[in-house]
Design a protein around this ligand. Structure first.
Ligand code: NDP
Length: 285
């Protein structure tokens, strides 16, 4: 087996330690600790696992987490009232609403209700706009985690051909902007793209974020490409990505595993956003 793993788990541990050290040093100057509110509506089992992992990471990073578990019968108005209270609460510096929400609640209304200063997921249109013009500070965590993983692994982005499978607002689109800002030449593919393998085979950096188990096969990948697998798919109680890891890892120069790749990087970048939101609100440079 080739030793070409981009180890998101190990790198995320380093990032969380760095954040914990910074928060500890800030705590010598201020008694206030960063506070992150996590709201879960309903009891989707996958969401419960994500919320638990986020809480654990907050503990590791020195961020106080406040969990709000609401019933799936909660109305949109009740949820908006809670968000308003958290927006006004000076002990809360970041607010995260775990997605997906039950179908009777409008996701865009909820995300727009979160104060942009406390929007640690980076989904508020204000923060999306800031990202677009290159002035973002609270960046969406999954694409920011991908960039951080590439940079900390010394993968050169500038001048490379990057191909992204998936154009969602939380992964594909913001990642395209971030890679463009790092001077890659970016192509975004989606479900209506024709001749997909012709495009993916040209990629120096190939990112799969479609939610289709092991969709990317070795004949879609250029020899020596860097392959980033964002997908999280449950197949017979096992987690698999959007890439056929077994075969593609033989061809890729570097590749992320699932689990242990982009998942932990996403959470580490959430902690980083928690710290940034705290510093911005406390006016700490
Ligand atoms: P969405 O369902 O919102 O978007 C999927 C995208 O993939 C769409 O743009 C869709 O195209 C495109 N797509 C679907 N099938 C194909 C295909 N056969 N060929 C080309 N494009 C296709 O998904 P998300 O972006 O939210 O998530 C994608 C995956 O990443 C999921 O498995 C999710 O669980 C995972 N994920 C992992 C995270 C992590 O922390 N590791 C964080 C977020 C997501 P179209 O727009 O035309 O419909």
């Amino acid at each position: 087996m080739k030793n070409n793993i981009l180890d998101g788990k190990a790198i995320s541990t380093v990032i969380k330690k760095e954040i914990a050290a910074e928060i500890k040093s800030l705590n010598t100057k201020s008694v206030i600790q960063p506070g992150l509110a996590v709201i879960q509506v309903g009891d989707n089992p996958a969401s419960s696992i994500y919320v638990r992992n986020k809480k654990k990471s907050c503990d590791e990073a020195g961020i106080k987490s406040f969990e709000h578990r609401l019933s799936d019968k909660t109305s949109e108005e009740e949820l908006l009232t809670l968000i308003k209270q958290l927006n006004d609460n000076e002990g809360i510096h970041g607010i995260l609403v775990q997605l997906p929400l039950p179908s009777h609640i409008r996701e865009h209304v909820v995300l727009e209700a979160i104060s942009p200063d406390k929007d640690v997921d980076g989904f508020h249109p204000y923060n999306v706009g800031k990202l677009m013009v290159g002035k973002g500070s609270l960046l969406p965590c999954t694409p920011a985690g991908i960039i951080e993983l590439l940079e900390r692994s010394e993968v050169k982005i500038e001048g490379k051909k990057a191909v992204i499978l998936g154009r969602s607002n939380i992964v594909g689109k913001p990642l395209a902007i971030m890679l463009l800002q790092k001077n890659a030449t970016v192509t975004i593919c989606h479900s209506k793209t024709k001749n997909l393998p012709d495009i993916t085979k040209r990629a120096d950096i190939l990112v799969a974020a479609i939610g289709s188990p092991e969709f990317v096969k070795e004949d879609m990948v250029k020899e020596g490409a860097v392959v980033i697998d964002v997908g999280i798919n449950r197949v017979e109680k096992k987690l698999v990505g959007d890439v056929d890891f077994e075969k593609v890892s033989q061809k890729a120069s570097q590749i992320t595993p699932v689990p242990g790749g982009i998942g932990p990087m996403t959470i580490a970048l959430l902690m980083k956003n928690g710290l940034s939101a705290f510093k911005n609100q406390m006016k700490i440079k």
